[in-house]
Design a protein around this ligand. Structure first.
Ligand SMILES: C[S@@+](CC[C@H](N)C(=O)[O-])C[C@H]1O[C@@H](n2cnc3c(N)ncnc32)[C@H](O)[C@@H]1O
Length: 232
């Protein structure tokens, strides 16, 4: 089913300048540890394991993870987001790395003006996007893969609505966010996430941490290489 534009807008309307001022404290400080039961350090470890010197960040938020993880060796970092406030805040935060910045909707094909990246992060993006995980993740991966080096890695995490233990506070907050369209993850399952990854990558990993699944996929399968590179 095609998502209405308003659903796409509702998913990022919360990231006003004022909202972003509280994001690191509320989401990365309080919610991750006490509500979703997955400490922000776990996500930071994922970034530190997979962030490359040629990196595309999709759904940038405040730029917290990039600021903590980018090294002086970084050659190229690109930010992609639908929301200008997020792009402004994240690009200021990592200004020393001279990021390229693109605004767009990841549910539609993206043109990043050439070049491929060795790593792409989609952290805490999928649970915000409207639609079934099977459909939205398919779209996101298919729009990003043309920008991924054949041996590159896509990594990130998302909050699941199914297949995980949800303590009372998590159930309440998730249901509130879903009612506002900030999250659309009630049917997001671990199985769907694994299927999307296994279809595209020769090697992949998922790790459940509280309500969150951390994932990475590396090395495009032959059919996906062929599809985007024209190689035989
Ligand atoms: C929950 S925040 C995650 C921020 C950051 N990655 C983190 O983990 O802290 C979701 C981000 O996805 C962006 N976003 C939401 N819908 C989007 C869309 N359709 N296309 C691109 N970015 C989107 C939001 O603007 C926001 O920056």
């Amino acid at each position: 089913m095609k998502a209405e534009t308003s659903d796409v807008d509702r998913a990022h309307a919360v990231y006003t300048r004022r909202g972003l001022a509280f994001y690191d404290w509320w989401v990365l400080g309080v919610s991750n540890r006490w509500i979703w039961k997955c400490d922000t350090q776990k996500i930071l470890d994922l970034y530190q394991a997979h962030l490359s010197t040629s990196h595309l960040e999709v759904g940038v938020g405040t730029g917290y993870f990039l600021e903590k993880s980018l090294s002086n060796e970084s050659r190229r970092v690109t930010l992609f987001d639908i929301n200008l406030n997020c792009l402004e805040r994240a690009s200021k935060r990592i200004a020393g790395h001279h990021p390229e910045v693109f605004q767009g909707n990841i549910l539609e094909p993206v043109n990043l003006q050439g070049g491929r990246y060795d790593s792409i992060a989609i952290n805490y993006l999928l649970h915000c996007l409207p639609g079934r995980l099977e459909d939205k993740a398919e779209k996101v991966f298919d729009h990003l893969i043309p920008h991924l080096d054949n041996d590159g890695v896509v990594f990130g995490s998302t909050i699941l609505g199914m297949d995980i233990q949800r303590p009372l506070l998590a159930r309440l907050l998730m249901s509130f966010y879903n009612s506002k369209g900030i999250f659309s993850n009630q049917q997001d399952s671990l199985g769907a996430m694994m299927e999307v990854l296994s279809k595209r990558f020769r090697t992949f990993n998922v790790e459940v941490c509280g309500c969150v699944v951390l994932f990475w996929g590396k090395g495009l399968r032959e059919t996906y290489r062929n599809r985007y590179t024209g190689e035989q």
